[in-house]
Design a protein around this ligand. Structure first.
Ligand code: RIB
Ligand code: CA
Length: 317
């Protein structure tokens, strides 16, 4: 069993990652903490609560940081839609989060289960950075920290140099990358190369049942963004492939321990994850950088999850 905590800025790809975790019998999701990112934090909370309910799961969802540490917040409505879930008319309001702030949950869960938990981060690292500031001891208390963040090839999806999760809160990412936690980074390069779904893939997943239909219908806005902006031939799934690596480390077919630093001052490069592939800095590696994933295994995991039973949810499609 994989005891897991998930920190997410719940939008359309995060939701698929949640479905992967919540429907896998090997995973015991203990808590979900939400952070401002793709959409305002409160909307991310509703999106996560909806997804948990649709999966018939009993997992607490906690509010978290509603803005980056120091910067103005940048949303991603152009990528995921106004509601973050493709604006397809889902009933994404009126659900109650659990008691407790996400930052405190990240601290308490680590202290209650030292060395046991896998933390998966799917959004900006604001919550984790705040937790580290409040309780530096947690740096040694998570078993793994598997992060969708950055780009090992330096190709950004928000600016030429920066991937969204790092771009939104570079100061938070810098704190986490310097923390000494057992970090694993799955960058946008791995998603773009090995986690792209074609329309045929999407149709096949949607046909698996209500969870598959949900997982694919909410990508409506993402199709347009991939076509018009990132030139991805289909839709790429950064958060789901990161979750797949967290559940099955063998999905990462190419990875290496690297020294990685986050740019926080560059006028044109803020949020860049600078990966020392050649070791030219002489600094000790601080992150395991995943650069390729097993697409076939990832797709099989998506099919397995999308074929699971769904609970009836008000407004579910
Ligand atoms: O750059 C992709 C990442 O930014 C994903 O986590 C997506 O959900 C957005 O948060
Ligand atoms: Ca995300």
């Amino acid at each position: 069993m994989i005891p897991m905590v998930i920190d997410t800025d719940t939008a359309s790809d995060d939701a698929v990652a949640l479905v992967l975790a919540l429907t896998d019998p090997r995973v015991d999701v203990r808590a979900i903490t939400v952070v401002a990112g793709n959409v305002p934090m409160e909307m991310g909370v509703q999106n996560a609560l909806y997804t948990v309910q649709l999966c018939g799961a009993d997992v607490p969802v906690h509010v978290g940081a509603d803005r980056p540490l120091v910067r103005e917040h940048v949303f991603a409505h152009e990528v995921h839609g106004q509601d973050g879930m493709g604006d397809v008319g889902l009933a994404l309001t009126g659900r109650e989060p659990a008691e407790g702030h996400g930052v405190d949950v990240l601290i308490e869960m680590a202290r209650q289960h030292p060395g046991e938990l896998t933390l998966v981060t799917l959004g900006p690292l604001t919550n984790l950075a705040l937790a580290l500031r409040k309780a530096p001891d947690i740096a040694g208390l998570y078993k793994r920290v598997v992060m969708m963040i950055g780009a090992a090839d330096g190709l950004g999806n928000v600016t030429p140099a920066a991937e969204f999760n790092a771009y939104v809160d570079p100061e938070a990412a810098d704190i986490v990358f310097r923390s000494g936690m057992p970090l694993e980074m799955v960058g946008w390069d791995a998603s773009r190369q090995d986690a792209v779904l074609s329309s045929a893939d999407s149709d096949a997943l949607a046909a698996r049942g209500p969870l598959g239909e949900f997982a694919m219908v909410i990508q409506r806005q993402l199709w347009e963004f991939c076509r018009e902006v990132t030139n991805v031939d289909g839709i790429d799934m950064p958060d789901p492939v990161t979750m797949a690596v967290a559940i099955e480390p063998g999905v990462a077919t190419e990875a290496a321990d690297r020294y990685v630093v986050v740019e926080t001052r560059g006028q044109h490069t803020s949020g860049a994850t600078v990966v020392d592939h050649l070791g030219v800095t002489g600094n000790e590696p601080n992150v395991r950088v995943v650069t390729h994933a097993d697409r076939d295994r990832f797709l099989a995991m998506l099919h397995e999850a999308c074929g699971q039973a769904a609970a009836v949810v008000g407004g579910a499609r």
